[in-house]
Design a protein around this ligand. Sequence first.
Ligand code: 3PG
Length: 223
Amino acid sequence: MTATPAVPTLFRQATDLLRVAGIMPVVTVERAEHGRAIAEALAEGGLGAIEITLRSEAALAAIAAAKRDVPGMLVGAGTILDPVQARDAVSAGADFIVTPGTTPALAEALAALPIPCIPGAATISEMLALAALGFESLKLFPAVPIGGLALLKSIAGPLPSLRFCPTGGIDEAGAPAFLALPNVVCVGGSWMVPKEWIAAGRFDAVTESAARARALVDARPPV
Ligand code: 3PG
């Protein structure tokens, strides 16, 4: 019999982080100060984590600002495409890392980082390769275009130990069906933070949307 480690591994911490978050807002910021404002608005609505994508110049500064100014919020770096970006995100203070897809080199680099990582995968072979490195929770991306609910139901049998954060094409109306699946620990999406709201400074709308998302998480079956 193997002893259970007292300290959870980073792989397990990634699963726990996703489970607690329930819904992961995915945000691309044009200005660093928006990192703080959006994180605050989401926290006020009851969400505890945010993925800020490295798709803009402002992303790393936004991550640092959200970490500094919104205590208790878990701030992740998303759209990490290579090991250099992953290390930059760690240096900026990111709590966790998310990738849209994962090359073998990126997967090795993620497995060696000091923070939880949620690698992206779209095929069974990619999922198996990540599971072989120890990852237990993956981002399924882009979830709806590649099969959505039917895909997740199909892979539950052959890959019973893996858990998923489906992201891509999911909105408020679609989220509950994903949250109801036993192999889904979290649902990701940008619907709580549309660009138009951010540009117009409508952070109150972000808070309202986050509160509705929180209610969806609270209503899901126990995971
Ligand atoms: C991501 O990077 O995870 C996606 O852009 C989020 O997808 P969505 O905009 O379709 O929710």
